[in-house]
Design a protein around this ligand. Sequence first.
Ligand code: AMP
Length: 507
Amino acid sequence: MNPAEWLARTALRTPAAPALLTGERVVADYAAFARSAAAIGAALRAKGVAPGDRVALFAGNCVEYLEALYGIWFAGAAAVPVNAKLHPRECAWIVENSEAKIVIVSSDHADELAPVLPPGVALIRLDGAEFAAMRETAPLAEPAPMSDDDMLWLFYTSGTTGRPKGVMISCANILATALTYFVDVDDVAREDAILYAAPMSHGAGLYNFMHVMRGARHVVPDSGGFEPQEILDLAKKLRNISMFAAPTMVRRLVERAKAVGSDGDGIKTIVYGGGPMYLADIVEAVEIMGPRFVQIYGQGESPMCITALSREAIADRAHPRWRERLASVGLAQSCMRVKVAGADGAKLPSGEIGEVLAQGPAVMPGYWRNPKANADTLKDGWLWTGDMGAMDADGYLTLHDRSKDVVISGGSNIYPREVEEALLTHAAVAEVACVGRWHADWGEELVAFVVPAPGASIDPAALDAHCLDLIARFKRPKAYYVVEELPKNNYGKVLKTALRDRLAKEK
Ligand code: AMP
């Protein structure tokens, strides 16, 4: 099932319904949205894109992002949405690894990306004349047929081995995630609007499908991102706004609402997830803004779809275990089985902490050309999430820690190993270990413990500049601790827990 068919059907059903909005301005109704997607699909075909090929997208949030995505799917190709915050070299690596034929880029990224792209890859500016001409091409009559197993979205998640891994998201995965949303997260009506305040290259972008199916509005704020006051204003004017937000965004929105005496009027639903939400924060959020919140827990490997904590459970203060439930990530979503298991994969008794395993139609078929990662992650029919958690007798799952070392800072994942590898290429650095440090706004921030090379001294500004050359800005360590040696176990493995303990004592 090609999701471009959902767009084509909605355009037939409600051609004049507003589809794409920048701020308050409607820039396309469903007929125009579907037409430009079909035209972009035809233009991509003419440029040599065949069904099954990959087309990368490297841009911040904008309504053209959705036109490009659906254009790619009309052509039967898979989209490779790249996090717009990545370094152009990191994007180029993804383009090369995915063997994308074309990369569609916003002009603020194009000049830096062009010289580092692999040979033979065409670059199209999303806001340039070529893309405008593609929109005017004679459209494809209908979307290319795609089967359940066909790859729709190749999502690059950073790997602890330093290089990102491509998660293959199939048409069947998207169908499962989209239909389950209506059951476990929220229903969507034609009058609703999905607001893209978090990156469309990630989970927020996946929420387009439910809203295309129902013919609802898609809104990209003028700022292209998350500005709390702008969101409160837009919600008041546009009404029935839903959005995906990382816990940091929720906290900032609630603070703003409190400051200006708003109760979030016009916001229908805020789906939060992607990182741990502190109990005090969600309690306050509901106090200030009312029952507008639903939580999801998912990961790239099972996109937005492992468990959900319903609006009712979040708002039900009278329940004897309300606080425990609020601190959990909820119950398995309807299409999923979830268990907490020991190292042998056997289910643990309720309350015991183990690794969270998930099974069901939202789980990826595998990583892109990475059999080793598949063997580590997909075992005996289960997805090993790398998250540690415990399930209570009623099936509510609470996450305790991550077995992987990922640091989640303001909703963005930072894989310490990748940063460590970058720092290790600096002559003054002999050894380095990066860990997360608690941060009031971002949840966590990355800091580095550095052992200087013999005779060298550490200049944090120089290391910062070095990181800027190699990795995305948001991944740079926010502080450097110069140490004589790193704590290690008998096998020579760095004890990151000891480093975290040191940071905890510092608080
Ligand atoms: P990503 O693959 O980038 O979406 O990151 C997924 C990871 O984010 C998960 O494996 C969890 O560690 C974390 N995560 C996602 N949702 C939640 C949630 N609701 N609460 C706590 N952590 C979460």
